[in-house]
Design a protein around this ligand. Structure first.
Ligand code: UD1
Length: 417
């Protein structure tokens, strides 16, 4: 399937943001901790969510979906391994490791494999689980974990890894005592996971800050939970409205979570009005370039918004500079943006965009999830028709991107090439 986009229409109207992929995935993994029923509301319909549900079903959970509500019955698990084929479907499946280990005392899975963002090691996950008492053997891409009993520890992360923080929180829920994570990731999705664990009866303090404490809990209760809005999807909509010269209201978001993006859009000249859970954006005719955009752990500029913001920079009058500090191979979308007419040069971690570029329709390929979103944004500004292949990457994190952008007036359809 490919997306066909005729650019040049300003995005206008109103759009609501769906639930966050990066929140619901660890929450789905965490349902395993509770031998009962978890109800999750505002669950987005994404291919990564389908993959997580396949893993839960493989493990013996009964999972039902009705609209945006997902119910997981994890009363009985029938196994504690995840086959290679399921691991490959979703690279973040490694967050199941801590949960399975906590519930079953053993876990077996495969390394998440090569990744479109470069080498994505899991050394921090494994060393933390070892500190909690797990015996882990790595052999030929397979990871075997055994921990009949986990013991709480103080864990100091040398980098505030999101996935490692989540894995430790999950395993710590069954590690005797109170586990303290220092230099924990502070992303809002970590706070959402903490909220879910608390609704299950597990005591978690400090999430959202850099020291998190998780207390061991053998008894859990049926949680009811609603997933937070997706801050990167919200950012993508706002960037799209700004760069096409439109005006729109984006609802169901948490404004402070996307402050680094809205402040850039404001500095660029856009009129941004923030209310409690919504943002109204009116673009300006001439967009000023972004000052240097440096990706950082939260609350810094999110690496996941780097590619969409780079598409935006092609429409600004002047030079914008990007420095990617989180992943070592996150500029694969640049070649595709250049095909659409962008003027971008990359050297190591730095990318320089010389705007404004007159973009033109072309056939391009989504290289990864956020890079794919950047191509959609660029194509919405390009003159003529563009075709974007490999939409499967975009479907991992954007619920039907074509119908959502169509609601704002975009000319975008999905069909066989
Ligand atoms: C999560 C998000 C992803 C986002 C990223 C950074 C999910 C499902 N995905 O990914 O969208 O881009 O946070 O905000 O939530 N690292 C190691 N060793 C480890 C773990 C990580 O060296 O054991 C490195 C990674 O290679 C990377 C950096 O740390 O360079 C950040 O990774 P991490 O914060 O763990 O990101 P993810 O949890 O994979």
């Amino acid at each position: 399937m490919s997306l066909f986009i005729s650019g040049g229409t300003p995005l206008c109207g109103e759009i609501a943001v769906h639930g966050a992929k990066n929140s619901v995935l660890p929450v789905l993994a965490a349902t395993i901790l509770h031998p009962g029923i978890s109800v999750i509301e505002n669950c987005p319909d994404l291919s990564d969510v389908h993959s997580a549900i396949s893993i839960l079903r493989h493990l013996g959970c009964r999972v039902q979906r009705e609209g945006t509500r997902v119910t997981v019955d994890a009363t009985e698990l029938c196994c504690c391994n995840i086959p290679d084929s399921l691991m490959r479907e979703m690279r973040s499946s490694v967050i199941f490791l801590g949960a399975i280990l906590a519930r079953a005392g053993c876990a077996e899975m495969y390394f998440p494999g090569g990744c479109e963002l470069g080498n994505r090691p899991i050394d921090l996950h494994l060393s933390a689980l070892r500190e909690l008492g797990a015996v882990i053997e790595e052999e030929g891409g397979r990871i075997c974990c055994n921990a009949p009993s986990l013991v709480a520890r103080e864990i100091n992360l040398c980098f505030p890894s999101v996935g490692a923080t989540e894995n430790i929180m999950l395993a710590a829920s069954r590690a005797a005592g109170v586990t303290r994570i220092r230099n924990a990731a502070r992303e809002p999705e970590i706070e959402d996971l903490a909220r879910f664990l608390r609704s299950m009866g597990i005591s978690v303090h400090g999430a959202g800050g850099s020291v998190i404490e998780v207390e061991c809990s053998q008894k859990t209760k049926d949680p009811m939970f609603s997933v937070m809005p997706d801050r990167i999807v919200a950012a993508t909509y706002l960037i799209g409205v700004a760069m096409t010269g439109g005006e729109a209201l984006v609802t169901k978001l948490v404004p402070e979570q996307i402050a680094p993006i809205t402040s850039l859009l404001r500095e660029s000249g856009c009129n941004v009005t923030v209310e409690k859970d919504r943002i109204f954006l009116k673009a300006t005719k001439t967009l000023r370039p972004c000052q240097t955009v440096r990706t950082m752990p939260y609350p810094g500029f999110p690496t996941d918004a780097q590619a969409p913001m780079m598409a935006y920079a092609t429409q600004c009058d002047g030079t914008s500079i990007f420095v990617e500090n989180i992943f070592d191979n996150r500029y694969r979308h640049v070649c595709e943006l250049i095909r659409l007419g962008a003027n971008i040069k990359v050297e190591g971690r730095v990318a320089v965009v010389e705007g404004k570029n007159e973009l033109h329709g072309a056939r391009v390929s989504a290289t990864d999830l956020r890079g794919g979103a950047a191509l959609v944004l660029a194509a919405l500004c390009a003159e003529g028709e563009s075709r974007i292949d490999e939409v499967c990457h975009i479907d991992r994190g954007y619920e039907s991107i074509e119908s959502n952008f169509s609601k704002l007036g975009a000319k975008i359809v999905r069909r066989e090439g």
